[in-house]
Design a protein around this ligand. Structure first.
Ligand code: ATP
Ligand code: MG
Length: 650
């Protein structure tokens, strides 16, 4: 007897109230289909094991009744050897059984995990901005493991226990139905308190899962670099520690109570079996004295008793096992059923490589609401939100010719980042169309979009890996020389030379070991390696010193040369070099023209220029000397293609 008997009692009984979606069972069984050959061997072995396990008490009986009573030493030795052989076979079978159930169980975990992982990767960006990473990870881990555990338990325990209980009961009744009845009377007396303890254990297990998830979330958020920095800068480590310890203390208290209740369960089970044995010996011993039953039969009966209680207890919770399995599978299916909002159409168009145009044709856009992209059970805030989609972009139209640089400027929250994320189809427009080379991005294949378009975000992400690995993310087959060439063009090669391990230096979590400007240039180097035809770039807002400013500008110049570019401009040199500026306000294009034209007009751009760009005048030496605003617009001439005229959309 052991912990296994308790597992189903630990389960959360509230699942019994749950209504399972129709078809879940069928889908669950479909996961087992690849294992049907193994299972075809497994189930007979489980049955055989149960049968073999029931043989030994009968041999004992024969030894006592026939061998000892009949003083037949040869028979005794022969039967003893047989008992040993049966025991060995039993051990072998149970090992084999465990191996097969592990094979199926771990295989199931593998299948479901890889399926869920692939599926979640297909989710649109909006899904990730809405979903708590912690909840997602726990779905991937706990539910998948829960489903597997309950499934294999169901297979081996339920089938095995059922067969062995039936066999044992038949044999016991055959040996002596009176004693068997007496011994079974105690079972309900045990099961009733066991259910009470089980309910308590279930509630505790659920609470400790929740608390553990909360602790994980706190650690995840506080122990990444930005979280840790926030905690330090705001001087809150004491408060953080206290709130964490509160949770940890509750986990501790629950753990203690759980241990006690679990032992109580085990003690009660052992005690009931012992009491039943005592009953059987008392009742049966008297019967043996009166010659109504043989001693060997009595011994065999009590040996069976020991094999009866645990399986019976487990079987009394079969409904719970089945429901837990179904609920876990259902939660995994819920994730798998989430239809990606942004997906390729069945026969997508391949975007051609080479000089490209970008066209926004009367684009309207609203960010998707929670219920469109996510699962209520995966996000805490879903219920609080009104479902309405608030429009962010209104009737945005423009066209960028091959090789042109168009810059977006505008106040914060105007919709610049939103416009830039529509180009690589991170979101789908709600009205109008975004076209690359005349092809609606919704018709293009995802792979070709990713090939043609390169994006550098405002705060580029680097993986916690070496510089070389981060760069090769763009082109896995790039040689070291190509990496260096890209670094040279991004004006960051000297830094790599200065690093202790050169290209093999690990950049730190999210690239925190690099300065803002360095990180931006590493991201540019990565973009250069990828060599896209279209570049979408969100410039870093950080003010750099004039030397890094010059380096970043040169890097940009070399990166964007010959590529169709949409840049969210935060630096004077960029707006000066742009072929055209689009001034965005409240999701609309309100002004359009070159830096010089727009300054002359004295509208929103002129105002933005005074607040955002004018103070960069002094640092701006490399671009066009000391020329004022009116001298702008020509600095890019050398590397860009200024002769293609900007074409306003009709
Ligand atoms: N993922 C999102 N879900 C819902 N609304 C969003 C989302 N991202 C941005 N918004 C909203 O869309 C509007 C435009 O945001 P956007 O990020 O495009 O502004 P921006 O012009 O890039 O501003 P900034 O210069 O500050 O970066 C804002 O009102 C913002 O609150
Ligand atoms: Mg932005």
């Amino acid at each position: 007897m052991g912990w296994a008997g308790m597992r189903s009692f630990r389960q959360d009984r509230s699942v019994l109230q749950h209504r399972i979606k129709p078809g879940t069972t069928k889908r669950m069984l479909r996961f087992a289909v690849p294992y049907r050959k193994i299972l075809a061997v497994f189930l007979p072995v489980v049955v055989l094991d149960a049968v073999v396990g029931a043989i030994n008490p009968l041999i004992l009986r024969a030894i006592i009744d026939k061998g000892i009573s009949g003083k037949n030493t040869e028979l005794i030795v022969g039967l003893a050897i047989l008992a040993a052989v049966v025991a060995i076979v039993d051990a072998g079978l149970s090992l084999f059984e465990r191996r097969v159930s592990a094979l199926v169980g771990e295989g199931l975990i593998y299948d479901m995990r890889s399926k869920v992982f692939r599926h979640i990767q297909r989710m649109p960006l909006a899904f990730f901005t809405r979903t708590q990473t912690g909840a997602l990870v726990s779905r991937l881990n706990n539910d998948v493991i829960g489903a597997q555990q309950a499934f294999t338990d169901l297979l081996s325990n339920v089938v095995g226990n059922f067969v062995s209980v039936i066999i044992v009961l038949i044999l016991m009744f055959w040996l002596s139905w009176q004693i068997t009845l007496v011994a079974l009377i105690l079972l309900p007396i045990f099961l009733i308190p066991a259910r009470f303890v089980g309910r308590k254990l279930g509630a505790m297990t659920r609470e400790s899962y929740n608390l553990n998830a909360e602790m994980n979330m706190v650690m995840n958020e506080r122990f990444n670099v930005s979280g840790a920095m926030l905690v330090k800068l705001f001087g809150r480590p004491e408060a953080e520690a206290t709130s964490f310890e509160d949770k940890a203390a509750r986990v501790r208290d629950i753990g203690i109570a759980q241990a006690l209740y679990a032992r109580l369960f085990l003690v009660a089970l052992t005690l009931t079996a012992a009491l039943a044995t005592a009953f059987a010996y008392g009742f049966g011993g008297v019967a043996a004295v009166h010659g109504e039953i043989q001693v060997g039969t009595l011994v065999a009966l009590t040996a069976y008793l020991a094999r009866l209680y645990q399986p019976l207890t487990q079987l009394s919770n079969v409904n719970l096992d089945v429901m837990t399995t179904l609920v876990s599978f259902e939660r995994v299916f819920e994730v798998l059923d989430l239809v990606p909002m942004i997906d390729e159409r069945p026969d997508p168009v391949e975007l051609p490589r080479g000089p490209a145009t970008i066209e926004f044709d009367h684009v309207d856009f609203a960010y998707p609401s929670a219920e469109d992209v996510s699962l209520a059970s995966l996000e805490a805030v879903a219920q609080l939100e009104q479902a309405e989609r608030v429009p962010v972009l209104h009737d945005v139209s423009f066209r960028i010719e091959p090789g042109q640089l168009v810059a977006l400027v505008g106040p914060s929250g105007a919709g610049k980042t939103t416009i830039s994320s529509l180009v690589p189809r991170l979101y789908d427009v709600t009205g109008g169309a975004v076209r690359i080379d005349g092809v609606d991005v919704r018709d293009a294949s995802m792979a070709s979009i990713q090939d043609v378009i390169g994006v550098v975000t405002q705060d580029p992400h680097l993986f916690h890996a070496s510089l070389a690995e981060n760069l090769r993310y763009a082109r896995p087959e790039a040689t070291d020389n190509e990496l260096v060439a890209a670094l040279v063009r991004a004006q960051i090669d000297h830094l790599v030379g200065a690093l202790p391990d050169g290209l093999e230096t690990v950049v730190g979590e999210r690239g925190y070991r690099l300065s803002g400007g360095e990180k931006q240039r590493v991201a540019l180097a990565r973009l250069i390696l990828k060599a896209p035809d279209v570049v979408v770039l969100d410039e870093a807002t950080a003010h750099l010193d004039s030397e890094s400013e010059a380096a970043v500008q040169e890097a940009l110049r070399l990166t964007l040369a010959g590529r169709t570019s949409l840049v969210i401009a935060h630096r004077l040199s960029t707006v000066r070099e742009a072929d055209r500026l689009l001034v965005i306000e409240d999701g609309r294009i309100v002004e359009e023209g070159t830096h010089r034209e727009l300054l002359a007009r004295g509208g929103l751009y002129a105002e933005l220029y005074r607040t955002q760009f004018a103070d960069q005048e002094d640092d701006d030496a490399p671009t066009g000397g000391h020329g004022g605003p009116s001298a702008g617009g020509n600095g890019r001439a050398a590397a860009f293609t200024p002769d293609v005229p900007a074409t306003p959309t009709p």
